[in-house]
Design a protein around this ligand. Structure first.
Ligand SMILES: *[C@@H]1O[C@H](CO)[C@@H](O)[C@H](O)[C@H]1NC(C)=O
Ligand SMILES: *[C@@H]1O[C@H](CO)[C@@H](O)[C@H](O)[C@H]1NC(C)=O
Ligand SMILES: *[C@@H]1O[C@H](CO)[C@@H](O)[C@H](O)[C@H]1NC(C)=O
Ligand SMILES: *[C@@H]1O[C@H](CO)[C@@H](O)[C@H](O)[C@H]1NC(C)=O
Ligand SMILES: *[C@@H]1O[C@H](CO)[C@@H](O)[C@H](O)[C@H]1NC(C)=O
Ligand SMILES: *[C@@H]1O[C@H](CO)[C@@H](O)[C@H](O)[C@H]1NC(C)=O
Ligand SMILES: *[C@@H]1O[C@H](CO)[C@@H](O)[C@H](O)[C@H]1NC(C)=O
Ligand SMILES: *[C@@H]1O[C@H](CO)[C@@H](O)[C@H](O)[C@H]1NC(C)=O
Ligand SMILES: *[C@@H]1O[C@H](CO)[C@@H](O)[C@H](O)[C@H]1NC(C)=O
Ligand SMILES: *[C@@H]1O[C@H](CO)[C@@H](O)[C@H](O)[C@H]1NC(C)=O
Ligand SMILES: *[C@@H]1O[C@H](CO)[C@@H](O)[C@H](O)[C@H]1NC(C)=O
Ligand SMILES: *[C@@H]1O[C@H](CO)[C@@H](O)[C@H](O)[C@H]1NC(C)=O
Length: 519
């Protein structure tokens, strides 16, 4: 045990040593191992003011991984999206009072939901958030954005980047509305709300128009997430407009328009998914878009400043799948926080096949909750569609993906058709995140593939359950991989050491230190 700890520390030192200069300037680990919580904005912010708090928050991230390394590795989600300010903390620090805020319109983030077919009818999980956007002057917005930009100022950016920086900052500094009622109108809309491109075999619902006040009010964080059963209504009062097709009488996904009453901001599409068929559950960062979360400075710029761009040819891969599988349902499941969901949805719906969405609800905000949320959301998709098969897509830089995807093959036997993971270190030498492949031990090679570029997926016979392209060499040690100097490999100078620890890994190596220190 003691020597394992020593090895871990040796590894940590080496790893930090190898980090790019930009990220390491002041980044030597403290001699006393401790898992640091993610940097968080004090709440309430009090005298310090939001701007200085946001500055020190961003500084903490950008000055290198330093003492934040543990939380960063452990989360595998962009660290700058952790611990965002919410509710009263935003309000008080902006010097805005309740009356000013009351005058601004209420907005509803309505995430495109999925629904399943039950004995009672179509059952839809309506979910999202109610909030108000304070009227922040552009000058103040720029100050706030500058704090996130790591040494760059909004005024020095080209116009497209300026608007991206202001947009994201405004999305983050919103005031969530607790304990309010939400009413949703379902309506028949050609092409759904996400544009007219219903490829993938989805069809417009022919009926189902109705208005439903959601059961229960929003949570303390402004979230709502009830299941509602749709009545079998026609799209017109005369009943001549057609009806929803029962889930057991179709293999097609039906898209039904929906919007939150009282605002223009809560339009979405509900995906009514039949009991059988194939669902693609896809992560977004570093698989569908270029984020580079393993390089904090790049990750920050790719999220706050640069417009989102797809990763290589992935749109063509998804478009191919969508065109060739009539019964395919796409579900985008990312642990990016709810506040920035609009930007993710906007990007996905312009670039990838339309589908339902899950992001991280606001009550999951610290690192351990962030790590548990993916499994929570994945389990719910599997439980909602017990007869469907799943293709799970992600990349090696997310410790929760590495653990949760193979776990689903055990928790829901026979349901996982394929696990396709981009090996993010193979195409990006700056990715020095170790990743743990222990969960894949015992899985047939045909069920999963670590791939390098989208072309590796071009002609896979997924329907036949052949998910491995024989020309893509797999180098899976069923332990921790991606460490410098071959540490953690079967052939390395320290056989077994890190491999043993990896049984309890899953959260990244520092989490192991956490276990040693706190158990
Ligand atoms: C479809 O499901 C409904 C409700 O469970 C049931 O009443 C109906 O008989 C089923 N239809 C078919 C074709 O199985
Ligand atoms: C926001 O505030 C500015 C001045 O501070 C004012 O001119 C503008 O009308 C306000 N906008 C809204 C939507 O209230
Ligand atoms: C929400 O609706 C319920 C039921 O209609 C009602 O009892 C409750 O007072 C409403 N809450 C608010 C904040 O309006
Ligand atoms: C709704 O009712 C119509 C007319 O009775 C029927 O054809 C249709 O199958 C029903 N749809 C659902 C979802 O129950
Ligand atoms: C939302 O839907 C309503 C009703 O169809 C429409 O009038 C409105 O323009 C839509 N809002 C947006 C932002 O598309
Ligand atoms: C930011 O951009 C998203 C996606 O383009 C858009 O939906 C949203 O309304 C914008 N938000 C603000 C505050 O401009
Ligand atoms: C967040 O809320 C959901 C219900 O909306 C609940 O199931 C979950 O346990 C909560 N998570 C945390 C970390 O509190
Ligand atoms: C529909 O989804 C709910 C919520 O996940 C689940 O409890 C239920 O078992 C599902 N129904 C069917 C028939 O699959
Ligand atoms: C990922 O790519 C790196 C670099 O090419 C390689 O060393 C590693 O073995 C690959 N991982 C897997 C699981 O194949
Ligand atoms: C799309 O499918 C076609 C035909 O099956 C194939 O030739 C092409 O390589 C595929 N492209 C991608 C990016 O998967
Ligand atoms: C396998 O990968 C190679 C290299 O990326 C690609 O050219 C080929 O089309 C792929 N074959 C299949 C069956 O996916
Ligand atoms: C195989 O994986 C190990 C551990 O990640 C790595 O050190 C080694 O370089 C890889 N070999 C190849 C040929 O990619």
């Amino acid at each position: 045990m003691v020597s394992s700890l020593l090895w871990l520390w040796l590894w940590l030192w080496l790893w930090l040593w190898l980090l790019p200069a930009t990220a390491t300037a002041a980044a030597l680990p403290s001699p006393h191992p401790e898992v640091t919580p993610p940097p968080s904005l004090p709440s309430p912010l009090g005298q310090r003011g939001l701007i200085s708090a946001a500055e020190s928050y961003a500084d903490g991230i950008v000055s290198g991984l330093g003492s934040d390394v543990s939380a960063y590795i452990a989360s595998g989600v962009p660290q700058f999206f952790q611990a965002l300010p919410t509710g009263a903390a935003v309000l008080s620090s902006l010097g805005i009072d309740d009356t000013d805020l009351a005058a601004t319109p209420t907005q509803v983030l309505n995430l495109p939901p999925y629904g399943n077919w039950t004995a009672a009818g179509w059952n839809v999980r309506v979910h999202g958030n109610v909030y108000k956007m304070p009227n922040i002057s552009e000058a103040k917005l720029d100050d706030l954005a500058d704090a996130f930009l790591a040494g760059t100022a909004v005024k020095d950016l080209p116009p497209a980047q300026q608007s991206q920086a202001r947009n994201l900052t405004a999305e983050i500094f919103v005031v969530q509305q607790r304990r309010v009622n939400v009413t949703v109108v379902f309506e028949t809309i050609a092409g759904g709300e996400q544009g007219g491109d219903d490829d993938g075999g989805a069809v417009d619902a022919a009926g189902g128009a109705q208005t439903i006040q959601l059961p229960g009010e929003t949570t303390d964080e402004g979230d709502f997430g009830p299941w509602v059963v749709l009545a079998n209504t026609s799209s017109s009062s005369s009943g001549s407009g057609g009806f929803l097709v029962p889930g057991n009488e179709t293999t097609r996904v039906q898209t039904l328009g929906m919007r939150a009453v009282g605002t223009d901001s809560g339009n979405a599409t509900a995906y009514l998914v039949p009991p059988t068929g194939v669902t693609v559950v896809s992560d977004i960062d570093d698989i569908l878009r270029v984020t580079k979360i393993w390089d904090p400075r790049e990750g920050l710029l790719n999220s706050f400043v640069r417009p989102f761009v797809p990763w290589l040819d992935m749109p063509a891969v998804y478009s191919n799948w969508s065109a060739s599988w009539e019964d395919m349902h796409f579900h985008y499941l990312t642990t990016t926080p709810e506040q920035v969901t609009r930007n993710y949805m906007d990007f996905i719906f312009k670039t990838y096949p339309p589908g339902s969405f899950d992001t991280r609800p606001l009550n999951f905000s610290d690192v351990s909750a962030t790590l548990s949320i993916r499994k929570f959301l994945l389990d719910r998709v599997f439980e909602t569609f017990p007869l469907r098969k799943f293709i799970l897509v992600g990349d090696t830089s997310n410790s929760d993906v590495m653990k949760d995807y193979p776990q689903l093959t055990r928790d829901f036997p026979g349901k996982v058709l394929c696990i396709l993971l981009r090996n993010s270190s193979s195409t990006d030498a700056t990715d020095r995140f170790p990743y743990d492949t222990a969960g894949f031990a015992g899985l047939p090679q045909d069920q999963y593939m670590f791939f390098n570029v989208p072309d590796d997926l071009a002609g896979l016979d997924l329907a036949g359950g052949r998910c491995h392209n024989a020309s893509v060499r797999q180098n899976v040690t069923f332990g921790t991989q991606g460490l410098p100097f071959g540490l953690g490999t079967k052939s390395s100078a320290v056989p077994g050491r890190l491999g043993q620890s990896s049984c309890v890994l899953g959260l990244g190596l520092l989490a192991v230190v956490h276990l040693f220190v706190f158990l």
